[in-house]
Structure formats: C-alpha cells, structure tokens
Design a protein around this ligand. Structure first.
Ligand code: MEV
Length: 420
C-alpha cells in the first residue's frame, strides 16, 4: 500500500482531500470542486469520505395509484427516464390509473447449516423447534415485537446438501436489513451452540414474501400515435411483451427499462436500490428461465398490463431520516407508509415499461431519446446554460448527431456571437 493511503480513514475529510490531491496530482480547481460538494452527513455515512456525488432529481407527474394522484420524486442521470415515466403514467391515468393492492411484507432472514450428517432428521428437529427459534429471533430485537413486528414464520428448505432456515420477519415500516441480520445471527449463534455448523446468517434479498403487484388497463385510444391506431399499438406492445417472456436477451432489456423507474424512486426515497435490483432479477428467474417482470395482453378494446416483483421497501431507517433531500421527497410525494411506497414504485415501473414498449413499437426509441440526449450532449462539449438551447435547436436539424458535431455547432454559435 502507498504511504499516502496509510491511516487515510482516520483523517478529517479536508485532510483526506488534500492528501489525495497531492497523491493524484489534482489541481486547486479539482480540490475546490471536491470541497464545495462535501457534507458533514456524507462524512458520517461512509469511510474514506471525500465529497457528495450528485445526480439529477425530477418528478414523475400524472401518476394515479389506487385512485390517488401522486407526484413522485425520481433520481437518475438518464435523460429520458422521468419524461417516459410521466408519459406512461399519464396514459394510464386517462384510463383510470393503476391498481396496486397493499400486500404482505415480510423480509427473509436466512440461517444456513452445512456439513449436516442426517438431513431428514435435522429438518424434522428444526421444525419441532420452530417456536423456540422464533422466540430467539424476537428476543434479539424486542423493540420490533413491541411495534407489532418481529419473526412471524419459519420455513426449512434443503438447497443442495445445505439446510436453510428461512425466517419470515415483519420489520414494520423500516427497510429492516440490520434488524433481520441481528435476528438471523442470534438464531445462528444458538444453532452453533447446539453443535451445528452454521455457514451463514443473513438477510436474503429474494424477498418473495414482499411481493407487490400493479395492474392497469388502457383504452386503445390512449395508445395511438399520429401515424398508428391505438389497437395496432396495443397488439404490438403485447407481442413485444410475449418476446420478453421467452427470450432472456429481450427480457434483460425489458426489465432494465422497468428498473430505470424503480431504481430512480428507490434512490429518491432513500431505499437500498441494489437490494431491490438483486431481488427483482432473482425473481425474474423464479421458474429457472429469465423472463420479463411485466406482461401486456390485449383484452377487448383495452391493453392490460401487470407487474409483480419483490419490493421490500421502507419509509424509515437507513439514511432516510438523516438525508434532508430524502425527507423532503416524502413531503413532495405524500407517501406515508411502506405499503404505499411499494404500490407507487411498482406502478412507476409499469408506467416506465409502457412508455418504453410504446416507443419501441411505434417511432423507435431513438427519436424521443435523442431529443433529450441533445441537452446532455451540448453540456458535455462545454455549452453554458444559455448556449444549450441554441446547440439543441441546431442538432435537431441534423441527421447524424454525435459529440464531434455538437462541438462544431457550439464553436459556430460562439463564432457567430463573437462576430456580431
Ligand atoms: C433504456 O434505458 C431502456 C429501454 O431499453 C427499455 C426497453 O427496451 O424496454 C428503452
């Protein structure tokens, strides 16, 4: 390890930035950027903290879930995502909105035994100890039980030659990963004391007991484009959805589009979006074949959409109460409970998916994407906020747009400005 890295974590944030700047030959301007975007909270949250890395936040509009209108904060750098979510949400709202029932929410705490000599006998013994095991889990986190939550169920599975004891834990309104880990470890320690070889005790992100469904029905008229009738659009969307059920190559992209929306809501609401991502993709393979998380079918004169995925979200815990922006985002959305957040998040995922499939089956994705991309392209070649609309207007007239062209256009605009 280089000398400058020694004890780096112990330094004050400002000293860290100075030391790094020297080692990596950063300029004064670079270190000013790092210092200007730093925060005391960030320094509390992560090790070796330098600064806060910012991402754009916007709101998805026109979303109706369970007859309630929502404005949903989304944090994402991809230019077209919030526009697409709002577009999909608006089409669905005009046909009555999304239905997303509040569903059971249990997290899974997994305690796994290895090197078991008699699997059947051990499984039978574990099942006979269920009440005791649940009590041990609950004693490790008494406050959870006081709030009406705690370890509620126990299931024993035998993946390969392992035995997995899956605890179903109600974490109330919290994200709850730490609580689940505490409870799983307590059970793991007890089983170790009984002479078992515990290989792991940890939350499982495949939260099959926190599934959330959202559904919608869209009248054909709300799908039409200038060039294509709504019925034709609906049939094309349904076929593209069929493809995502049989072809993992398409399913991965289909689901990426859904997760564009879901991740953006997760980040804005302070949830662990990596947990949600891993659970979603594991769930997409639940029958051994990777499939789209949503399906679209034509029924009568409607297109019907449905999505189901694990959404073990929380509205308290983690950095939610600490981050000012996160707190403000709950004020903006008006979301008060984990159940409500899960319902809204699944609906945003389905809205996002609808907008992507509609674009793909009609004009193609690039038309809409590129218009939004032009702004970031203009910014990436150094256009100022005042110059960006001028560069974008020019790029819209061009057939093949890339960074080199954006640079040329900007240079021409500046030259024209200087000549005047
Ligand atoms: C791009 O970020 C997402 C899409 O590729 C999703 C899809 O193809 O369904 C447009």
């Amino acid at each position: 390890m280089s000398d400058w890295q020694h004890g780096f974590y112990k330094l004050a944030a400002e000293e860290r930035r100075q030391r790094l700047a020297k080692a990596r030959q950063l300029s004064m301007d670079d270190t000013t950027v790092l210092a200007n975007t730093s925060s005391d909270l960030g320094d509390e949250l992560v090790e070796n903290y330098l600064t806060d890395y910012s991402l754009p936040e916007g709101v998805a509009l026109n979303l109706t879930v369970n007859d309630k209108p929502y404005v949903v904060p989304m944090v994402i750098e991809e230019p077209s995502v919030i526009a697409a979510a709002s577009n999909g949400a608006h089409r669905v709202s005009r046909s009555g909105g999304f239905t997303a029932p509040h569903q059971q929410r249990l997290l899974v705490g997994q305690v796994v035994l290895d090197q078991v000599t008699d699997v059947d006998k051990t499984v039978a013994w574990l099942n006979s100890q269920q009440d005791r095991i649940l009590a041990i889990a609950n004693e490790a986190h008494p406050s959870m039980q006081k709030r009406g939550g705690g370890a509620k169920t126990m299931t024993v599975r035998t993946p390969g030659d392992f035995i997995s004891i899956d605890l179903g834990i109600d974490v109330c309104q919290a994200m709850g990963a730490n609580s689940v880990n505490t409870m799983a470890e307590a059970v793991g320690n007890w089983l170790s004391d009984q002479g078992y070889h515990v290989i792991v005790a940890i939350l499982s992100n495949l939260a099959t007991q926190s599934l959330q469904t959202a559904k919608c029905e869209i009248a054909f008229a709300n799908l039409a484009t200038a060039e294509m009738a709504g019925a034709e659009v609906a049939h094309r969307i349904a076929r593209l959805s069929d493809l995502a059920q049989v072809d993992p190559f398409r399913a991965a992209t289909h689901n990426k589009g859904i997760m564009n929306g879901i991740d953006a809501v997760m980040i804005a609401s302070g949830n662990d979006w990596r947990a949600i991502e891993s659970g979603a993709h594991a769930y997409a393979t639940r029958d051994g074949h990777y499939r789209g998380l949503s399906t679209w079918t034509v029924e009568g004169d409607h297109l019907r959409g449905e999505i189901s995925l694990p959404l073990p979200v929380g509205v308290v815990g983690g950095s939610i109460g600490l981050n000012k922006m996160t707190k403000l985002n709950y004020k903006i959305s008006g979301i008060k409970s984990a159940e409500e957040l899960a319902a809204v998040t699944a609906s945003v995922g389905l809205a996002q998916n609808l907008a992507a499939l509609r674009a793909l089956t009609t004009t193609g994705i690039q038309a809409g994407h590129m218009k939004l991309q032009y702004r970031s392209l203009a910014a990436s070649v150094g256009a100022s906020p005042a110059e960006i609309p001028l560069v974008v207007a020019q790029l819209k007239k061009e057939k093949h747009v890339d960074q080199a062209l954006a640079r040329q256009v900007l240079a021409a605009i500046r030259k024209d400005g200087a000549d005047e």
